[in-house]
Design a protein. Structure first.
Length: 268
């Protein structure tokens, strides 16, 4: 628990600095690209242990570039890069007989999930309300994760998905939603009283709505990664973050929830 707390504090300070300090947009992008490259490496370790191939190696090179296309601030750019990368992976699969359809599927999923999805984060970051919206997003997801862990440890009795993740409970899930709800309420209070210029200029219903939605979505992301790890027979995706496991263990809920958050805000 102490390791988990210390690691969490370090991550919060580093992430908040990159999000909020003016002029660090490029460094923020590089930071996200590095994290997602480690995450896709962990993903391939789960789905293809000790079996690196030309498709996974190519994807490892494409993912950071895919993320950094978000610096161009155009949705068309990130979509175009995804399409061109899909074409490249398809050509490799067609003409390289050492590949297989499962490796091709893993490669494209890795590119989509760890490259295309986080590239939207860089687009949102440049938005006038971007840092505030990202803060709302991270707060809701991180508090859900912490709440589910703490409440599940203390009160958990009824398994949520025993065949996927035996340690997750309904009590923990509800606790995560409650933590996220309270956290977004506190953020709205801070917006109204202290950080009027910084946090999103939205109603309390906007904050609370996203607190609940993101808490639910992020738990699906957690279960998705748990399913991958269950099939592979491993506990953690990696060891980069003491007390938390790997990058994928820390960011699974965020990766799943973020495209819903981005596009629902973009087109609502």
């Amino acid at each position: 628990m102490l390791q988990r707390i210390i690691t969490g504090i370090v991550l919060v300070i580093l992430t908040a600095t990159l999000i909020w300090v003016p002029g660090l947009h490029l460094l923020f992008g590089i930071f996200i690209a590095c994290l997602t490259t480690v995450a896709v490496w962990e993903f391939f370790h789960i789905v293809e242990p000790a079996n690196r191939n030309i498709l996974s190696i190519t994807t490892l090179g494409l993912v950071p570039v895919a993320v950094l296309t978000g610096l161009l601030q155009r949705l068309a750019s990130i979509h175009l890069f995804l399409i061109l990368s899909f074409g490249l992976l398809s050509l490799i699969y067609i003409f390289n007989k050492t590949t297989s359809i499962s490796k091709f599927a893993h490669a494209f999923l890795g590119l989509f999930y760890f490259g295309w999805v986080p590239s939207h984060l860089l687009i949102l970051h440049k938005n006038p309300q971007g840092p505030g919206l990202i803060t709302l997003f991270i707060t809701a997801v991180a508090l859900c994760d912490s709440g589910a862990y703490c409440v599940g440890k203390l009160l958990g009795k009824h398994a949520l998905a025993p065949e996927i993740s035996p340690n997750k409970t309904w009590e923990g899930s509800i606790g995560g939603i409650l933590f996220s709800f309270i956290g977004t309420f506190i953020l709205w209070t801070l917006h109204k009283t202290v950080f009027t210029q910084f946090l999103p200029a939205q109603s309390i219903s906007f904050y609370l709505k996203w607190g609940i939605i993101l808490a639910i979505l992020s738990q699906f992301g957690d279960l998705l990664e748990s399913r991958w790890k269950r099939e592979a027979g491993i506990k953690d995706s990696g060891t980069l973050f003491p007390g938390h496991g790997g990058v994928l263990d820390r960011c699974d809920g965020m990766l799943f929830a973020f495209p819903f958050f981005f596009y629902l805000i973009e087109y609502s």
